[in-house]
Design a protein around this ligand. Structure first.
Ligand code: HEC
Length: 105
């Protein structure tokens, strides 16, 4: 089931290039998510710092949404400290790849 979604996301990413946007690769994203799965892959997980946060499930949200959320954390428009620190270490290409990996279009 997950595999099917991944393949579908990969096809969509290959078939619908977004004009002017960095092209994301779900395969590349799958290799960059080692620093995300510690928090986002655990159903019902709550991080305890800086306070108790419900960690959202990001798998299956729209790729555009994931991309804009990561950009907002990187710019500081969204203020969760952990996600800001993580997003600041991501390039445009990393964000596009992670969005292609986690998201559906
Ligand atoms: C230390 C735990 C932790 C790690 C590691 C982490 N996240 Fe998060 N992430 C969170 C928490 C907690 C939130 C909710 C923050 C908030 O309320 O703004 C969040 C929010 C998000 C959101 C917004 C989701 C939404 O529904 O609005 C995205 C997208 C996201 N993370 C992607 C990633 C990606 C991609 C990585 C790896 C590069 C990553 N995260 C690594 C804890 C983490």
């Amino acid at each position: 089931m997950y595999r099917k979604m991944l393949i579908a996301a990969g096809f969509a990413a290959a078939l619908i290039p977004l004009a002017g946007a960095v092209e994301g690769s779900a395969d590349a994203g799958g290799k960059k998510n080692s620093m995300c799965i510690g928090c986002h892959a655990i159903p019902g997980y709550k991080s305890s710092f800086p306070s108790v946060y419900q960690v959202p499930m990001i798998k299956g949200q729209s790729a555009k949404y994931i991309e804009s959320a990561l950009e907002a954390y990187r710019k500081g428009d969204r203020s969760h400290p952990t996600m800001r620190a993580i997003a600041q270490g991501l390039s445009d290409q990393d964000i596009a790849d992670l969005a292609a990996y986690y998201g559906t279009r």
